[in-house]
Design a protein around this ligand. Structure first.
Ligand code: HEC
Length: 131
């Protein structure tokens, strides 16, 4: 069963790579969630390859981060596409930082940066979900 699920995940990864431009919001977000979990798994196993894999996946998916519209937005001034671009850049930079810090043995900073990355996700979700 695990194999079937893994194959499905891998296959969807391949399909995604092909149709990157058409990736929709749900897929992008779910991929980012998986990538974040992968990075965390890398910390727990103390395995650089796993972390690097998650970082790469996360960065790849941030390219499609603005594949959404916010309907019924309260403040008209909010430009979701521009905001998404800024967030994508910040998340990418933080992801690179995680790998650099891991390589230089700065484990505490790695976790700190991970939390900052989560904050970037939540910041946007708060706006979107009007928390
Ligand atoms: C620029 C805005 C923005 C950023 C940044 C962002 N998201 Fe999202 N996310 C959305 C929107 C819009 C939705 C859909 C609305 C909702 O679920 O309330 C969403 C939904 C999700 C969902 C639910 C997907 C589903 O199946 O419906 C997950 C999981 C998710 N995001 C993960 C992440 C992770 C992980 C990050 C950070 C690495 C992140 N998001 C960063 C805008 C963003």
């Amino acid at each position: 069963m695990k194999r079937v699920i893994l194959s499905a995940v891998l296959l969807s990864g391949v399909l995604l790579a092909d149709g990157a431009k058409n990736v929709d919001r749900v897929q992008t977000m779910q991929n980012m969630e998986t990538a974040m979990a992968t990075i965390q798994k890398g910390f727990l196993y103390n395995n650089r390859n796993i972390i690097a894999n998650g970082v790469q996946k996360l960065k790849y998916n941030t390219k499609n981060i603005n594949s959404f519209k916010i309907a019924d937005i309260r403040h008209d001034q909010f430009k979701e596409k521009d905001f998404a671009k800024t967030e994508a850049k910040a998340i990418s930079t933080l992801a690179d930082t995680i790998l650099d810090d891991f390589d230089s043995g700065n484990k505490e900073k790695v976790l700190d940066t991970y939390r900052k990355m989560q904050n970037q996700c939540i910041t946007c979700h708060r706006i979107v979900r009007k928390w």
